[in-house]
Design a protein around this ligand. Structure first.
Ligand code: ADP
Ligand code: MG
Length: 353
């Protein structure tokens, strides 16, 4: 047997605990952007401006006009398991993106983090830096409203993790995809994305105006801005309901199918997911209408009582667990087939199915 010398059990300090948690929360620049933009949306922002340099490795900056963080709470926001979004008694009725209280402390563990915020009604803004995993004392700052979070030198203190990142170009691409997916879930929020790799000539990658109007109008306009006019011109409105579970969105006609799955956008209670059950249901709905190498394009939103779904499965929350998977699958397959049949695309073997 190997010679294992046992050491005494010790409680890890906060910095070590944050570094470990960061491994799950922050895999690459796009995951940092996801956490920060989700925080901005959770804060009721109407506009969110995202910037990065060198694929997010040198700088990630997210600015919002949301409700901000009161000066006396800012140090707490950087502590693990500190959140304003749940009180711990109810892990079920979660309607915000965040609730684990892990993003900011994790980001502070993997780069130089600076948070500047001005709470609504506060007379001045306050700024707090985290250096080497340790928070500096808060200091007064200049900011008209909302919150600015800057993350510099991601993973420079952990070269092993830095090595796993892809090219600046590939990381920038992933940031763009992450932002587009979140922007789909929040058509009422304006977004910009800017590449600031060259400080003398910032490059605007994306600009989305805030959309208004009813759900379908706002979503339709946002989808047109994100996916191009072709998708919407070839898409059916999906609006179905079964036992309190709602399915809304747009799904493309089979003739608009694509050779890759990148145009499949699925959301559960407003949260972007890549859920096997939903992807399978989408595929099944089109099964007789598409050859196996074609993928249906769709942006679909499943909304249900938070008690009927567990989003607390994975830190990145890409997967969910439905209490009644059969109901959700039936709704998606049925809702899509009905819309497709209405447009003259009836699957031969599944009439009435
Ligand atoms: P979580 O989002 O799970 O609560 P975070 O670590 O992401 O955890 O954030 C901790 C807390 O900091 C949040 O609960 C929120 O109160 C506050 N916060 C973070 N980002 C923002 C923001 N952009 N605007 C307002 N408050 C924020
Ligand atoms: Mg968060």
């Amino acid at each position: 047997t190997p010679n294992i010398s046992r050491r005494p059990i010790r409680q890890l300090d906060a910095a070590a605990a944050n570094r470990i948690a960061a491994g799950e929360v922050v895999e690459r620049p796009a995951s940092a952007v996801k956490e920060l933009v989700e925080n901005a949306i959770d804060a009721g922002a109407r506009r969110v401006d995202v910037a990065y340099a060198d694929g997010g490795k040198r700088l990630i900056r997210v600015e919002d006009d949301g409700h901000g963080i009161p000066a006396d709470e800012l140090p707490l926001a950087l502590q693990r398991h500190a959140t304003s979004k749940i009180d711990g008694s109810d892990l079920v009725n979660i309607l915000t993106f965040g609730f684990r209280g892990e993003a900011l402390p994790s980001l502070g563990a993997v780069g130089r983090l600076t948070v500047t915020s001005r709470a609504r009604g506060a007379s001045e803004a306050v700024c707090l830096g985290v250096r080497g995993g340790n928070a500096e004392p808060p200091r007064p700052a200049a900011l008209a409203r909302g919150t600015v979070v800057e993350l510099e030198g991601l993973f420079t203190a952990t070269p092993a993790r830095l090595k796993f990142l892809r090219s600046d170009r590939a990381e920038a691409q992933a940031i763009g995809e992450t932002l587009r997916r979140l922007a789909m879930a929040a058509p009422g929020v304006a977004f910009t994305l800017t590449d600031r790799s060259d400080p003398d000539s910032p490059r605007e990658i994306l600009r989305l105006d805030a959309e208004s109007g009813d759900l379908f109008d706002a979503l339709g306009n946002r989808l047109r801005a994100l996916l191009g006019p072709d998708f919407l011109a070839n898409a059916l409105r999906i609006d179905a309901e079964r036992e309190g579970v709602a399915l809304t969105g747009y799904a493309a006609l089979p003739t608009y199918s694509r050779g890759s799955a990148v145009t499949q956008h699925l959301f559960v209670n407003g949260r972007p997911v890549r859920d096997k059950l939903l992807l399978g249901a989408l595929r099944a709905a089109y099964a007789d209408l598409l050859s196996r190498d074609r993928h249906p394009a769709a942006a679909l939103f499943v909304d249900l009582d938070p008690e009927q779904v567990d989003v607390n499965v994975h830190p990145a929350k890409a997967e969910v667990r439905f209490r009644d998977p059969g109901l959700v699958r039936g709704l998606v397959v049925g809702g899509l087939r009905q819309a497709l049949a209405g447009a003259g695309h009836r699957a031969s073997s599944t009439v009435g199915g």
